[in-house]
Write a protein that binds this ligand. Structure first.
Ligand code: MLC
Ligand code: AMP
Length: 515
């Protein structure tokens, strides 16, 4: 009996004593050690009642144990549900209520509220240093129970992505969704056991967890494991790395430092960017500084990675490259204007595949595409066609050479520092605040985050709104990264003839707010 994903991840070519995680100033965590910890965590989850297919939620800081928890969950046959530690108690209560995990691992400081969120789940703690009841209890378990049998189409993870309605949707990813994509990327980027990845991404999203960890573990490479991205630390550690993966903010923050030089980058064989658009200007400045061209790729939680600029060949600024091997990409709909925001595509014409160079909806099909949204058949049917094509909500073009460029989004979404913020979710909160008649939340160009969240708020007749008080009222309701960086009070919102708020016009008005 085999466990499709786990067996592949631990059967990598790395010797048992080869480093998996490099912890500067500390001893590395070897492959044998990470597997041993994963096996003990798996045993603990199993004795705690986990049956194959049950969910395990993890709202923990990044540590070696957090990686072991992911591996241990997969090994036990569970479905891993990672949550951003920045989520508030109210946000966590929704995820836990929806996914009904049998176990939740949280920071010790949040144990009480986590227990309140779910009476049924077993709660373990894990702090940023890797200490807590998870580590203690797992340490008492044996490491020799075999991995639970799991087939390619069994679920391995559920990752929540916010919905346009404001209700988060759990994207269900199977063992083979993750493994097939990890194999494809490992091949495309020629990752080997000799690689050392500078890993400063969070491990609660596709990018840091699957794109980074799964590929490096498959290849038997090592990861310099940092809790967060600190550009000064990056400058001192990059000379020890052969690869870096980051969101565009990582690259602009590096470029802001004078001591980020050609020499610092000299031994890094590939810098990879994704999760948000990399400005051609950043691409150009990076090449000027280091002599290296950033490799930009494109993906989503629901699809894993779908396109990538080539390792060998032209890495084109402003393009996310051609479809990865085994993945199909097509452009559907009617030509739409290249607006960097929400664009309405006429429903009737989304059934037509467009010619090279025309702008339309990007659709993706392949073994990488998810299984649907957890307990949301209608949402699944609306976005995942019966023949396997997933409607991404991104607008783009595909050239005759297959290179895809993303020109905007049909979905109303802001990407701030690589983190997604759904305006609807923030608007629903703002609209409920005292004195607010209505609001529109938009993304505005921002030099550090790429886009920043801005709320334009209209007071009720006779009411006076204080942006500071509004911000204060939001503080413990939604995660900090979703809260508006600026709140603008306006007399009214621009609307079209149908009464719909014209977000493109609002974005235009506030375009230079952070310039
Ligand atoms: C932190 N803050 C953010 C923020 N991150 N605000 C807006 N957008 C963000 N992304 C808040 C902090 O809480 C803090 O609040 C303030 O902003 C300033 O924080 P900071 O010190 O500048 O933040 P920092 O910790 O340095 O984090 C910024 C970051 C981080 C860009 C390094 O957000 C990050 O690692 N982002 C990567 C996200 C990611 O992995 N995305 C992949 C998704 S997967 P205050 O109150 O102190 O002002 C995906 C699919 C794919 O998209 O294709 O990959
Ligand atoms: P997420 O839901 O967090 O997985 O975010 C996925 C979204 O990030 C995609 O639908 C795109 O809008 C965006 N994205 C990811 N990579 C890129 C990229 N290289 N360029 C532009 N947008 C990207």
């Amino acid at each position: 009996m085999s466990n499709h994903l786990y067996d592949a991840l631990v059967a990598g070519p790395a010797a048992p004593d080869a480093p998996c995680l490099i912890l500067p100033g500390d001893a590395p965590v070897t492959y044998a050690q990470i597997r041993d910890r994963a096996a003990r965590i798996a045993a603990l989850l199993t004795v705690s009642g986990l049956q194959p297919g049950d969910r395990v939620a993890a709202q923990v800081e990044k540590s070696p144990e957090a990686l072991a928890l992911y591996l241990g969950t997969i090994r036990a046959g569970g479905v891993f549900l990672p949550l951003n530690p920045a989520y508030t108690a109210a946000e966590v209560a929704y995820f836990v209520g929806d996914a009904e995990p049998v176990a939740i691992v949280c920071d010790p400081a949040r144990e009480a509220e986590t227990r309140t969120a779910s009476a049924a789940a077993k709660v373990f703690t894990l702090d940023a240093a890797g200490a807590g009841t998870l580590t203690d209890d797992a340490g008492a378990m044996a490491a020799d129970e075999p991995a639970a049998a799991r087939r390619p189409d069994d679920l391995a993870a559920i990752l929540y992505t916010s919905g346009t309605t404001g209700r988060s949707k759990g994207a269900m990813l199977s063992h083979d969704n993750l493994l097939s994509n990890a194999r494809t990327l490992t091949d495309a980027w020629e990752i080997t056991g000799a690689d050392v990845l500078f890993h400063a991404l969070p491990v609660f999203h596709t990018h840091g967890l699957f794109v980074a960890c799964n590929t490096l573990m498959l290849a038997g490479g090592a990861m310099i494991w940092r809790p967060r991205f600190d550009p000064s630390e990056a400058v001192s550690l990059l000379p020890r790395a052969t690869m870096m993966m980051g969101v565009p903010t990582f690259y602009t923050r590096l470029l802001d430092r004078r001591d980020f030089t050609r020499d610092v980058a000299a031994d890094v064989r590939v810098f990879i960017s994704g999760s948000a658009p990399l400005l051609p200007e950043t691409h150009r400045l990076f090449e000027e500084r280091t002599g290296q061209r950033i490799l930009e790729r494109y993906g989503m939680t629901e699809t894993n990675m779908t396109t990538s600029n080539p390792l060998h060949g032209e890495r084109r600024p402003g393009s996310v490259g051609p479809a990865l091997p085994g993945v199909e990409v097509r452009i559907m709909g009617e030509a739409a204007p290249p607006d960097a925001g929400a664009v309405e595509l006429p429903e009737k014409n989304r059934e037509t595949e467009l010619a090279p160079g025309e702008i339309g909806m990007i659709e993706v099909r392949g073994p990488n595409v998810f299984q649907g949204y957890w307990r949301m058949p209608e949402q699944t049917a609306a976005e995942l066609r019966p023949d396997g094509w997933f409607i991404t909500g991104d607008l783009g073009t595909k050239g005759t050479d297959g290179y895809v460029s993303i020109v905007g989004r049909a979905k109303d979404l802001v990407i701030s520092g690589g983190l997604n913020v759904y305006p609807r979710e923030v608007e629903m909160l703002v609209d409920d605040l005292p004195g607010v008649l209505e609001s529109a939340v938009i993304g505005v160009p921002h030099p550090d985050f790429g886009e920043a969240v801005v709320a334009v708020v209209v007071p009720r007749p006779g009411a006076t709104l204080d942006p500071g008080a509004l911000a204060g009222a939001m503080a413990d309701r939604i995660a900090r990264f979703k809260q508006p960086r600026r709140i603008v009070v306006a007399d009214e919102l621009p609307r079209n003839a149908m009464g719909k708020v014209q977000k493109a016009a609002l974005r235009e008005t506030h375009r230079a707010m952070f310039a």
